[in-house]
Design a protein around this ligand. Structure first.
Ligand code: ZN
Length: 299
């Protein structure tokens, strides 16, 4: 495909004029299915003469041009997508080793996680550590079991967001943004102790952004990101997203409210346990919408 959408700038990018070195920073996705894409550089071979090996005759080799284009990553490509074109990609992408492509997808996903703040201290293993500590009393608690729980809740969280009405999510996002713009001290809304970066430069950048962003522009980026949460690329990093959201909720509501929600008690009925889980889940999805709304997608 010639054009990709930038989740970062909310614009279309032309493969022909795209800067090869910077494309991964732009968080480019397919305009049709929203899956991440990468740039395949064009090439140009000018007309030239060469000596044929057998006949030793001089032959003219014609000029050949391959236009630059965007391509889906192998394992994310969907034949349902109208931009998925096997005849273009198969021949030209052969030169790109599968491993390097995988690395680029990883880089793409890391870039996305960085934008929402996953790499700050205290996010990784947040659920695992707290769940384990809270449920030490259980005789059969083990790492494998906790990891399975983490995976299930992560899937549930993304699914819940995807099932939610898009217009309602955007309305909630709008109310967060209005609050952010009119708040006396917007930094207090972001103060999450050791799970957010606290360098002065980041604080200043965030404050500058809260004073200058345009709500409609931000909401159009938020809408793009909400659609992006339906992709396979997000499903592959759902556990990281969940860890970040969980860490944020845990800090916001505090340990005295979080611990009872995580505690598996044999004295509770199934209904009581279900209710606790629904409560946790609604806190998580609310935080996810908040985070999507107040992330400066263009920074
Ligand atoms: Zn596509």
């Amino acid at each position: 495909m010639q054009y990709a959408k930038s989740l970062r700038y909310g614009i279309f990018v032309d493969a022909e004029t795209s800067n090869y070195l910077q494309y991964s920073q732009w968080r480019l996705v397919c305009p049709c299915c929203n899956e991440p894409v990468f740039l395949v550089k064009g090439s140009h071979r000018p007309e030239h003469a060469r000596v044929a090996p057998k006949s030793k005759q001089l032959v003219i080799v014609r000029e050949a041009k391959v236009k630059a284009f965007f391509s889906h990553f192998d394992n994310l490509a969907s034949e349902k997508c109208e931009n998925y074109n096997k005849s273009i990609t198969e021949k030209q992408i052969k030169t790109y080793a599968t491993t390097s492509r995988q690395q680029r997808l990883k880089y793409w996903q890391e870039n996305f996680l960085k934008a929402i703040g996953y790499y700050n201290a205290g996010c990784k293993s947040s659920f695992f550590t707290l769940f384990r500590r809270t449920n030490q009393h259980l005789p059969d608690i083990n790492n494998k079991g906790i990891k399975a729980v983490q995976k299930e809740v992560a899937s549930d969280l993304i699914e819940l967001l995807n099932k939610a009405d898009r217009a309602s999510i955007l309305e909630v996002a709008r109310s967060h943004l209005v609050k952010l713009q009119t708040h006396e001290n917007p930094l207090s809304l972001m103060d999450l102790g050791d799970i957010t970066d606290t360098t002065e430069e980041l604080k200043d950048n965030f404050l500058d952004w809260t004073r200058s962003f345009d709500i409609e522009m931000q909401l159009s980026l938020v809408a793009e990101v909400v659609d992006f949460f339906k992709t396979k690329a997000i499903a592959q990093i759902k556990e990281e997203i969940f860890e970040l959201i969980f860490a944020r909720v845990a800090v916001t509501i505090g340990p005295e409210k979080m611990t009872p929600l995580l505690k598996v008690s044999t004295g509770e009925s199934e209904q009581e346990q279900q209710q606790k889980y629904y409560q946790l889940r609604s806190l998580l999805v609310g935080e996810l919408v908040f985070l999507i709304a107040i992330t400066d997608w263009s920074s």
